[in-house]
Design a binder for this molecule. Structure first.
Ligand code: ATP
Ligand code: MG
Length: 429
């Protein structure tokens, strides 16, 4: 992930670098017309406004953005008064969201970076460990550029003339495929430890690597993630596991000892110690399959993925337990999952489903494949997938799995047929 990294020459420049459409080559047709409308309306009302963040990064890399963010000098209430359908939300900072049919455009007012003075630790805006608690001081575009996390996420695009404005060296970094923190990475991770995960997530984009200082600071600050709310971590971990790059993300999380922080049942899993009892290979196999399914546009369930992530942990705990009956397995399952819940939020429903997938393993292993009652279990399909994975890992014989796989495929075909028939009928009506 590291290597010689060209310096971003303009990182501390006062005046921005302006990049012409000829230089950056962004395709105007790839920009959402709703986002353009929001920017133009704000400008006509006398405010400055641009596209910013992930969408400009993705457009530069030739990727279709999944959503479009707008930055502006207008305050959230001023944004709200300009658009018919607009909500203002957010606790730490307020963001306006303008609604169009099927698309929401988030509009954030320019904000200042945190105050960098020696008294900062005593400031009410910071926790004792240096985390930002309050971050809602409005600023200008330049200040807004420097309070963002990574240089590649800090570019502004004017849709009217397609110029890109760069205060932090993000254009050069995007060209060299470098993930680089804006400012001192130690400081920036201390302010908000989630930035470490964002750096890792973007480092898995094709061809990307992390700047040396940005990477080095992760080792020292990894434990700060224990200080982040489990809702925020859930959001970030979900993005990491289901964006089609789960395997490379896992490799980086593991290598930087972040995986053990994010998944407390594996807090003993230190990179390079070689005593993982096959867990790392298991996780690699799972995440490789997850990515392959996403590439084929197949459904991935969160319950299955988490059941598979924690299966080795659950199985181990069960093997130490003399009575392998349901009540004991439920208690053990809840023990493992409540540890996970310290970091990422698991709803009661999710805990129930994961436990069910685990408990179905012994049922599938011991009962005949013709048993209709098992096929009708709600988590039958996920349970068969886990069984398949276990067979692939050599944990059980493939003969145990094959009949269940056939049953599952038949069940899926029947369901598809029923759905098609239902659609045909409702069209005729
Ligand atoms: P994606 O939408 O693919 O997750 P994104 O970069 O658009 O990527 P958002 O969460 O939508 O991520 O954030 C929008 C922008 O806000 C980012 O591009 C970045 O400039 C800024 N940002 C997001 N999170 C942080 C953070 N933790 N610290 C500083 N700036 C951030
Ligand atoms: Mg975004």
């Amino acid at each position: 992930m590291t290597g010689p990294v060209p310096s971003a020459a303009r990182r501390d420049a006062d005046s921005p670098r302006i990049i012409s459409p000829y230089e950056h080559g962004i395709e105007p047709a790839a920009i959402s017309s709703n986002a353009i409308e929001v920017v133009e309306s704000l400008r006509q009302a006398g405010f400055s406004s641009e596209l910013v963040g992930g969408c400009v990064r993705d457009l530069l890399l030739g990727r279709q953005p999944k959503d479009f963010d707008v930055a502006t000098s207008a305050r959230p209430d001023q944004v709200k008064s300009l658009f018919r359908r607009c909500d203002v939300f957010g606790r730490r900072f307020k963001i306006a969201e303008v609604w169009f049919r099927g698309e929401g455009i988030q509009v954030a007012t320019y904000r200042k970076p945190p105050i960098l003075d020696s008294r900062r630790r005593r400031s009410r805006n910071y926790s004792a460990r240096g985390k930002i608690l309050k971050d809602n001081r409005f600023g200008d575009i330049r200040e807004d550029a420097f309070r963002r996390d990574l240089t590649i996420n800090s570019l502004y695009l004017h849709p009217s003339d397609m110029r890109v404005v760069d205060y932090t060296g993000g254009f050069e970094d995007a060209q060299h495929r470098i993930v680089r923190c804006i400012g001192d990475p130690m400081e920036r991770y201390r302010e908000d430890p989630v930035r470490m995960l964002r750096a890792v997530r973007f480092a898995t984009l094709p061809g990307f690597r992390v700047a040396v200082e940005t990477e080095a600071a992760i080792a020292e600050q990894a434990n700060l993630l224990t200080d982040v709310s489990n809702y925020r971590l859930t959001d970030e971990v979900t993005k990491m596991l289901f964006n089609g790059r789960a395997l490379p993300t896992f490799e980086l999380l593991y290598q930087h000892n972040l995986f053990r922080v994010l998944f407390p049942p594996y807090r003993w899993l230190h990179a390079g110690l070689n005593n993982d009892h096959g867990v790392v290979d298991w996780l690699r196999m799972l995440f490789r399959e997850t990515d392959e399914r996403i590439a084929r546009d197949e459904h991935i369930s969160v319950a299955f993925t988490l059941a598979a992530v924690h299966w080795p942990r659950f199985r181990n705990a069960m093997s130490k337990h003399a009575k392998k009956r349901r009540p004991a397995s439920r208690r053990i399952a809840e023990g493992v999952l409540s540890q996970q819940n310290e970091r990422t939020y698991l709803s009661g429903q999710l805990v129930y489903r994961i436990t069910d997938i685990w408990q179905l393993q012994s049922v599938l292993e011991s009962c005949r494949s013709g048993e209709q009652r098992v096929v009708e279990e709600r988590n039958f399909r996920s349970a068969v997938r886990l069984l398949e994975l276990r067979a692939k890992a050599g944990e059980i014989k493939s003969e145990v799995v094959e009949p269940w796989v056939m049953m599952r495929d038949r069940q899926q075909q029947n369901q598809r047929r029923r759905r098609r028939r239902f659609r045909r009928r409702s069209k005729r009506r």
